[in-house]
Design a protein around this ligand. Structure first.
Ligand code: SF4
Ligand code: SF4
Length: 289
């Protein structure tokens, strides 16, 4: 069986994206959970993984040899990100906004520039029962976690986990885009508020832009009208699950417990959701073959 990559998105934090991700990975048989929310990773708090291996993630940044630099400005003019400046013939390098394109090093006529590795965070990989758990951690103050997300998602073909659940960064930023690039299916988690609908509309546009198959999970459902459900109906978005607004669930989640492992009702809700996802992805694979 080929791997199924399922990305779980939400328009903003706090809608239940991690709740859905960790519970799906827990009810699956051969799952990998990947926390791409590298600015605020919290999935590991639920899984409490063991046997952790840590890998530092670095980016390449330019360094100047002042003895060779003649202040010609070629590099400064080349850098599209304004990461270089000359002050009194000294080259200033702003690491935080450098995009590691390497162009300045290539074009320096004096060979005054070279590249060095600069750490921006790390990836930690461990296991929690049968679930492989990978989490990315971006160092505070860093502008982009994309290199960490790329490292997280580089799962070798030889890996035996059949389903990969990608807990995406909130919103529809570059980091969210990077997280869904290779996804087979996207789940949009939404809460029943006007803000929730606004945020849903953003990730809805994102998954359509990437031409990904997708469905919604309505979280915190109560009796009465649900603006998120209305939005889904109006836009023909399939609803794969409705998770109730339940203080017991909230308590389990705030105590970093995985509801599907604690309560049969939630085990059934997430098993049904997983079944729907598996069926939908298999069906899509057959239609495209
Ligand atoms: S291109 Fe090279 S020589 Fe010119 S300012 Fe930049 S580092 Fe200095
Ligand atoms: S590597 Fe690219 S982004 Fe970074 S300073 Fe050089 S030209 Fe600018």
């Amino acid at each position: 069986m080929s791997k199924q990559r399922i990305a779980i998105l939400s328009g903003k934090g706090g809608t239940g994206k991690t709740l859905v991700s960790v519970n799906l990975a827990s009810v699956a048989e051969h799952a990998m959970y990947i926390d791409c929310d590298v600015e605020e990773p919290n999935g590991h708090l639920f899984f409490k993984p063991e046997h952790i291996l840590e890998k530092t993630v670095t980016v390449r940044v330019p360094r100047v040899n002042p003895a060779l630099c003649d202040g010609c400005r070629v590099c400064v003019d080349f850098c599209a990100f304004n990461a270089l400046a000359l002050a009194k013939n000294s080259l200033l390098i702003f690491d935080g906004i450098c995009h590691s394109c390497g162009g300045c090093v290539l074009f320096c006529p004096q060979n005054a520039l070279h590249e060095e590795d600069r750490p921006i965070g790390c990836v930690r990989e461990g296991s929690s029962g049968a679930v492989a758990v990978k989490s990315g951690f971006l160092n505070p103050g860093e502008a982009s976690g994309i290199p960490i997300i790329q490292e997280l998602l580089a799962v070798p073909a030889s890996d035996h986990h059949e389903q990969i659940f990608i807990d995406c960064p909130p919103g529809s930023s570059c980091m969210a885009m990077e997280s869904i690039t290779d996804a087979d299916f996207c789940l949009l988690v939404v809460e029943p508020t006007r803000f929730g609908v606004h945020d849903l509309s953003m990730v809805y546009e994102l998954v359509r832009l990437f031409k990904k198959p997708f469905a919604a999970v309505l979280n915190k459902c109560t009796e009465g009208t649900n603006p998120a459900e209305r939005f889904c109906r109006e836009h023909n978005i399939p609803i794969f699950a409705r998770i109730p607004h339940d203080p017991v669930l909230g308590l389990m989640h705030s105590n970093a417990l995985i509801a599907a492992n604690e309560d049969d009702k939630y085990h059934d809700i997430f098993s049904d959701l997983l079944h729907q996802l598996t069926k939908e992805i298999s069906h899509a694979a057959v239609s495209h073959s």
